[in-house]
Each structure stands twice: as structure tokens, then as C-alpha cells.
Design a protein around this ligand. Structure first.
Ligand SMILES: [Zn+2]
Length: 644
């Protein structure tokens, strides 16, 4: 069983339950070779806080340890109390070109060893294998995975996604595995990609696999032991990693850093302060493989801790964008993420931390892409003759341009749009996440400027306004006024509420929410709208933090009446509905279905099977997750329909 605790991107902090305890993910599983223990499992737990190990059942099975491990059991034989995963040796048998153990034998052997997680003997495909060969490997892998279900009884089965570089085969294989009762899924066949720095192929493989897998099962990226790839993989939803690298690199005289690798022979300074390096001289590290292995493990674990903190802060994208500057091939992969932005956006929370621009790739973050998409699909402009296009500037734009806007609205019948680096921003949406919450350099990359031009032209082509003029100084307003004489007859407070409501809840939402006598309660200090009352009822509150609305029950009732199912709905079963009516939270296992457009942190309507409104609240998952997860909260309920 797996539960998601926190999220950022597709990355998540989760809890994986096993027979030997709970593992917090993302987690690194050090590879332990029982015939060559560089760091003992006991020390891995005690000194490094390692929660879960991985060892190769095939290598044990082949060695003279086979019987002793059966007699003692894996945990006693390795002297490790936490969960242990075993590998079936598919990779080794692929490399040595012979299969000397059957799927049934190795699965049963893993069960007999007492492995917490044991792996099906999948069929490995090389990245350059032709389609036909990969197809056969996928079918055989699926057949073996189905067979293993019976033999693996009592053990958490791990089913590995294969398919080479044929993304449809990857997704097909993943879908087939997702239907089987497995505990964890692995993505296999990726070591050759990482060894050759083919990170763009790697992200394509991870995304294709994730598309087919179920979001409620942890994903293990097989063979990814160097911390330089952890960030990208975690961002794309990988939860488990295995590292043989900490030992292999040490034996090879290489020191792992979070940016790459340093040859220990060339070490003149010890720039690391981990417990292994602290007070060590370069010579001591050069001469002590054990110490170097310890360093390699510490630095790998440190990267995972930083990733977890980034998930907690909602800043995983920034972290990964920065890490991807470590190697040009990683930068290519980062740029390649834009090809998947539609899929990534589905899992991206509605709001997050401050968006720091790190380069032109930042414009392709899912939150920025979502802003543009929702603008295209949901925005309706005020009735005005002309539009003034203002340049990118300090946030919030309405403060930066307050004098200009006052002048404009007095003289001309016009609206104003800022040509932001993330796309055109009508001024009434300037406080909405991520626009006001982003920090950008004053000197922008040409690539980003060009992208914003294209987006602006797309916006203007929609023909909302008959006259459009680019800001070139004070005279521009007079020029615009001569073509579209003012003043502007738009109530900006109303326009702002309408635009945000439609942006957030979809077309038609503003009409439903704001029909009647509208009153605003404003902050005394900032003069900003705080609460929206309609016909004396409190329907919405505007959050200062992200510029979006918090729905009140009265607002929920209006939206429920106006928007047809499945819009904004989370449908719960009859066991859950009475509890949610009382204001209790919605747990994923009770969700029947939900609107496909719901994203984590969206405001939602909780309804029963007859579409009766039972509560309103905030979604913590998207549709795929609500339907899949057996554990965890799907909606944090704010108000039940049966008020005390
Ligand atoms: Zn160190």
C-alpha cells in the first residue's frame, strides 16, 4: 500500500507499507552484494538511516550462499531489519546472454527468502532494439508477470516496464502491468540510456511508462544510482532508486558529486563536508575505497533530502531546472519536457511557491502553460473598443502601471494587457498565480521573448478588440484615445472577479456566482477585495497569496446549479456522502469519479450519486489519482451542506 503525503510536479513524498515497516519515498535502496559488503547493512541503517535495501536474488541463487540464505531468511542473512527488495537478475542474464533460472524458480526463490518486494523475471530490451524484438520482449514480460501473481503470493511483486525506445510499447506494457495485483512497478532497460547520457530518451521512457501505470503504486527507476538524474526522475514521478554506483564508483576511484563525478586521483581539495570527508585529506580519500563509498552514498542521500525539501516547498521545478545545468545532455532533457507539458500539467498543483525564472525553459513550466491554456479557453474580455499592450514589468502590474491605467481608462475606451514572458496577461488577472508570484530577470532570453511575441499575436488574433496599440510612451494613450475615445465604462472590481471566476471554474462560472446584488468587502490596509457577497450571501473570498478564490458553500450552490455535471464535481459513494455532509474530508477510496479538468488544489463540489451537493472543498488529487488511490485524502472539505 502506498500513500501520497506531499507533492510537487509529479514528484511526491509518499509512504510505502511493507511487511518490515514503512518506507518514506523518494527513497534510495543501496545495492548490497552479500559476497562483497563494502558497507554492512547494519551500518547502512545505523549510520546512513537507510530504510530499504535491494539485493540480487539471482546472484545469491547462483552462488554458494543459495541454501544458507534460504535457511536463515534474507533479513537474518543480511542482518537487516527493514524491508528488502530483491531483483530477479533479468539484467545480468541479459548481459551474460544466458537464462539459467526460470521465472517460476526465481519468483518462488524470492518468496522463500522472505523478500518484501520481489521482481518478476522480465525480458530486457536494449535501446536500439528493433520494434519486433521489443514487442516480443514486452509480450513475454507481460506473460511472465501474469504467471508470477500466483507464485508471488504473500510477497509484494515488482513488475518491470520494458519496450525499449518504442514509447507506445512502453505505455502498452505499463497498462498491462497496471492491471495486475502488483505492489511496485519498475522501469527497466534504462541503464544503457544513462550510461550514454541519453537523458532525453530517458524522460520519454519515464513519461510513457507513467502514462500507462497507476498513480497509486510507487515507481522504481532501475539502475539510476547517480544523483545527477534523481531530480528529473523524481519530478516525473519516480519514487525508488537503487544504487550500486556508490560502491562501483568508489572502486573505480571516482567521487560522486551532485553535479557529476570527480576522479579521486585529481583531487587537490576536499570540497565536501559529509561525515566521510570531514577532516579528510585528498590522500586519505584516494587510499580508502570504503571511505569514498561512504562519501558517494552520503552525497546521493543528500540530493534526495534536498528533493524532498523541494517537494515540501513546492519548488521542485526550480530545483530540477538548476540541476539540469550540470550537463548539456540534462539540459536537452529539460528542454524536452515541453513535449510532455500537457501530461505534466494534469498532475501539477494549481498553485505552488514563488516561480523563479531560471532560463527560457521556465516559460514551459506546467503552471505557466496552464495559465495560457485557461486564458485561451476560459477568458472573456470586457467590452471595450481598444487595447493597450504594456511591456513586461514589475509585479503586480496594476501597481507598476497604476498611473498609466488611470490615464488610459479616463481618456480611451480601452482595456490593457501586459505582454508577459509567460504570455499575455489582461491586467485584471495580474494577481493570479503564477503571474504575480513569479520573479524574472530584467534582461530576458531571446527565446523567451520570441515565445511571448507568438503568444501575444495569438491572443490579438482572437479579435476581442478592434484597435490594438503597443505602449511606446505617454503619447500612445492619446493615440489610442483618438481611435477609441473614452472613458472606459468597465467596473474594474467586477471585471476582476468575473475574469478570475471564469479562469478558475470555467466559462459560465462568473455569471452564476455574481448574479444579483454584488458587494465587495475590501482590506482596509491594501484596499484589495477580500470577500464577495451576492444578495447578502458570502459566496467567495479572494486569497491574497495566489490571487484565486476560495469557494464558500453559497458560491458552491450557485456553481452546482449553473454548471452541468461533471463540471467541478467529485462524486462520492453513499458510504461517504453523509460524513462529507457533516464536513468530514473525502478520502480517495470513496470517490466514484470526478471531473477530468480538476487539478490538485482546485476548488471542487462534492456530490453524491444523484448529483446532490454534499460539500465543497479543495481537491488534493487529479482524476487519475482519485480513482486509483486506496489511501489518502482526495478532497479537504471546507463546508458540508448540512451546516450546524
Ligand atoms: Zn563527502
Amino acid at each position: 500500500m502506498f500513500e501520497m503525503k506531499e507533492r510537487s510536479g509529479l514528484g511526491r513524498i509518499g509512504e510505502l507499507r511493507t511487511n518490515h515497516g514503512v518506507v518514506e519515498t523518494p527513497a534510495l535502496m543501496p545495492v548490497v552484494n552479500p559476497s562483497n559488503l563494502v558497507i554492512t547493512p547494519k551500518d547502512l541503517a545505523r549510520q546512513f538511516g537507510i530504510q530499504i535495501l535491494i539485493t540480487n536474488a539471482y546472484i545469491i541463487w547462483k552462488s554458494e550462499l543459495r541454501q544458507r540464505f534460504l535457511d536463515d531468511g534474507l533479513h537474518r542473512a543480511l542482518d537487516f531489519e527493514g524491508p528488502i527488495m530483491t531483483d530477479s537478475g533479468a539484467f545480468q542474464q541479459h548481459v551474460y546472454g544466458r537464462v539459467d533460472v526460470s521465472n517460476e524458480d526465481i519468483v518462488r526463490y524470492q518468496v522463500a527468502l522472505g523478500a518484501d518486494l520481489g521482481t518478476v523475471l522480465d525480458v530486457f530490451s536494449e535501446p536500439d532494439d528493433k520494434r519486433r524484438l521489443c514487442e516480443e520482449a514486452v509480450e513475454e514480460t507481460l506473460r511472465r508477470s501474469r504467471d508470477a501473481v500466483e507464485w508471488g503470493e504473500g510477497m509484494g511483486l515488482v513488475g518491470t516496464v520494458q519496450g525499449g525506445l518504442h514509447m507506445d510499447l512502453r505505455e502498452y506494457c505499463a497498462r498491462g502491468l497496471a492491471e495486475l495485483p502488483m505492489r511496485v512497478h519498475a522501469i527497466g532497460g534504462v541503464v544503457p540510456l544513462m550510461e550514454a547520457y541519453r537523458f532525453t530518451d530517458l524522460i520519454d521512457v519515464i513519461v510513457a511508462s507513467k502514462k500507462g501505470l497507476r498513480p497509486d503504486r510507487p515507481v522504481h527507476l532501475f539502475g539510476a544510482g547517480h544523483p545527477v538524474t534523481f531530480g528529473l526522475a523524481v519530478l516525473l514521478g519516480c519514487d525508488l532508486f537503487d544504487s550500486a554506483a556508490y560502491v562501483k564508483y568508489a572502486q573505480d576511484g571516482r567521487m560522486i558529486t551532485r553535479w557529476g563525478t570527480t576522479k579521486v586521483d585529481e583531487l587537490a581539495y576536499v570540497s565536501c563536508n559529509c561525515p566521510a570527508c570531514h577532516s579528510a585529506s585528498p590522500k586519505e580519500l584516494q587510499e580508502d575505497v570504503g571511505r569514498l563509498a561512504q562519501h558517494n552514498l552520503y552525497v546521493s542521500l543528500q540530493e534526495l533530502e534536498e528533493l524532498k525539501q523541494a517537494i515540501h516547498e513546492g519548488s521542485l521545478w526550480e530545483h530540477v531546472e538548476r540541476r539540469c545545468r550540470a550537463h548539456p545532455s540534462l539540459l536537452d532533457a529539460l528542454k524536452g519536457l515541453r513535449d510532455h507539458v500537457g501530461f505534466l500539467e494534469r498532475y501539477e498543483s494549481l498553485v505552488g511557491g514563488t516561480l523563479f525564472y531560471t532560463g527560457p525553459e521556465s516559460v514551459w513550466r506546467p503552471v505557466a502553460y496552464r495559465f495560457r491554456q485557461r486564458m485561451l479557453k476560459r477568458y472573456s474580455p470586457p467590452r471595450a473598443e481598444g487595447v493597450l499592450i504594456l511591456p513586461e514589468g514589475a509585479r503586480p502590474y496594476t501597481r507598476t502601471y497604476s498611473n498609466t491605467l488611470r490615464d488610459l481608462f479616463q481618456k480611451a475606451d480601452a482595456h490593457a494587457v501586459v505582454r508577459s514572458v509567460f504570455g499575455p496577461v489582461p491586467v485584471e488577472l495580474d494577481s493570479v498565480y503564477p503571474i504575480a508570484q513569479s520573479v524574472i530577470p530584467s534582461d530576458l532570453d531571446l527565446e523567451a521573448v520570441e515565445a511571448s511575441e507568438v503568444l501575444l499575436r495569438e491572443f490579438l488574433r482572437r479579435g476581442y478588440f478592434s484597435v490594438g496599440i503597443l505602449w511606446e510612451g505617454e503619447a500612445t494613450i492619446d493615440e489610442l484615445a483618438s481611435k477609441a475615445p473614452g472613458p472606459t465604462a468597465v467596473d474594474m472590481d467586477m471585471q476582476k472577479c468575473q475574469a478570475i471566476a471564469n479562469y478558475q471554474f470555467g466559462p459560465g462560472a462568473a455569471d452564476a456566482l455574481l448574479e444579483g446584488k454584488v458587494e465587495f468587502v475590501k482590506s482596509k490596509k491594501t484596499k484589495k477585495i477580500r470577500n464577495v457577497f451576492v444578495d447578502g450571501e458570502h459566496v467567495l473570498s479572494l486569497r491574497a497569496r495566489d490571487g484565486l478564490f476560495t469557494m464558500k458553500l453559497a458560491g458552491g450552490k450557485r456553481l452546482h446549479g449553473a454548471l452541468r455535471p461533471p463540471k467541478l464535481r467529485v462524486v462520492v459513494n453513499e458510504e461517504s456522502a453523509p460524513l462529507n455532509r457533516e464536513g468530514k474530508n473525502v478520502f480517495a477510496k470513496f470517490v466514484v469519479d470526478c471531473d477530468d479538468d480538476i487539478r490538485p488544489l482546485d476548488e471542487v463540489l462534492v456530490v453524491d450519486g444523484d448529483d446532490e451537493l454534499v460539500a465543497i472543498g479543495r481537491a488534493l488529487m487529479n482524476r487519475e489519482e482519485m480513482r486509483a488511490f486506496e489511501r489518502g485524502m482526495a478532497v479537504r472539505v471546507r463546508e458540508g451542506s448540512r451546516l450546524p
